[in-house]
Design a protein around this ligand. Structure first.
Ligand code: AMP
Ligand code: FE
Ligand code: FE
Ligand code: ZN
Length: 275
């Protein structure tokens, strides 16, 4: 039984930019025969209620506290995954609150840029459209589609919202080092998310010189040969090699939950500090 243990350590719910509720996600995890799961919503841990832990236990799924925190280094957004932290740590919650209020400010700035181009979305409209804890570019993209300003969410990113596009606003003030420190103070492990997103080797080197505990090697539908270099780096640097699907539900319909996963040993290494 043990040898069949598979845990998906990267997925999103309706607390951020996923389309399934945390409870629905547990059902999907059960159908995918996953034994472990970490929900890693952007900048929030709202999914982790006592009721969710109880439901997971009922379904025989081990739930590992997780989060994907946004940060900024040079001109790039860097996602830091946190695992196994204390869900009741005050400093951690205060840090997330600050990020969410910076997000509000950033969303306002994006809406202003869009308005200057004749695409009018009010803050109220965005709030009503996306009544979630973490609101960001994916929700603005969907609303642009709904209001007929663009024909697809992909177009919204390509034309206006991606880094380098005309309505992009950076907006995250915290550096990856600060995020790592807060995760550590809350007793958790910090992992560099999807490092293959970065094209500049020097940039990755700079990141990997930071006190990360792990690096996300097994990612979504990434080909095996693309994963191999990261597994090698993890081995050389004594980092935990993590993995997960980055499931978002209908937002990225081609990506099924459980398409990337880790085994029992990795799961236990991240779980050690939780509860
Ligand atoms: P935000 O945190 O508000 O900057 O939004 C980042 C999220 O937007 C990512 O986690 C993805 O889910 C999504 N995203 C980023 N870039 C793109 C893109 N080019 N196309 C579609 N979705 C994207
Ligand atoms: Fe996302
Ligand atoms: Fe990410
Ligand atoms: Zn993600």
């Amino acid at each position: 039984m043990q040898k069949d243990f598979r845990a998906d350590l990267h997925c999103h719910t309706t607390c951020s930019d996923g389309s399934d509720s945390p409870f629905a996600l547990l059902q999907i995890a059960k159908k995918a025969s996953l034994s472990g799961l970490s929900i890693t919503d952007h900048d929030t841990v709202d999914a982790y209620t006592p009721e969710l832990f109880a439901e997971a236990a009922k379904l025989g799924i081990e739930l590992l506290p997780g989060v994907e925190i946004s940060s900024q280094l040079d001109d790039a957004t860097v996602h830091v995954l946190g695992y196994g932290f204390d869900l009741h740590n005050d400093l951690f919650h205060q840090f997330l609150r600050e990020i969410l209020s910076a997000r509000d400010e950033r969303n306002r700035a994006i809406l202003k840029k869009l308005a200057a181009k004749g695409m009018l979305i009010t803050e109220e409209e965005l709030k009503t459209f996306a009544p979630r804890r973490t609101v960001g570019r994916p929700h603005i993209a969907e609303l642009l589609v709904k209001k007929g300003y663009v024909s697809s969410s992909r177009d919204a990113f390509q034309l206006y919202l991606k880094e380098s596009a005309s309505c992009y606003v950076p907006g995250f003030k915290q550096k990856p080092q600060e995020v790592i420190a807060v995760i550590h103070k809350a007793g958790g492990k910090a992992v560099l998310a999807h490092p293959h997103f970065f094209k500049k080797q020097n940039f990755v080197k700079k990141l990997l010189d930071m006190p990360f505990d792990g690096v996300e090697c097994y990612y979504s539908l990434l080909a095996k040969e693309m994963e191999a270099p990261w597994v090698k780096i993890a081995g050389e640097k004594n980092l935990i090699a993590t993995g997960g699907s980055d499931y978002h539900g209908v937002l990225k319909p081609q990506i099924p939950l459980g398409c990337s996963w880790v085994g029992r040993e990795t799961f236990e290494a991240l779980l050690s500090c939780a509860k």
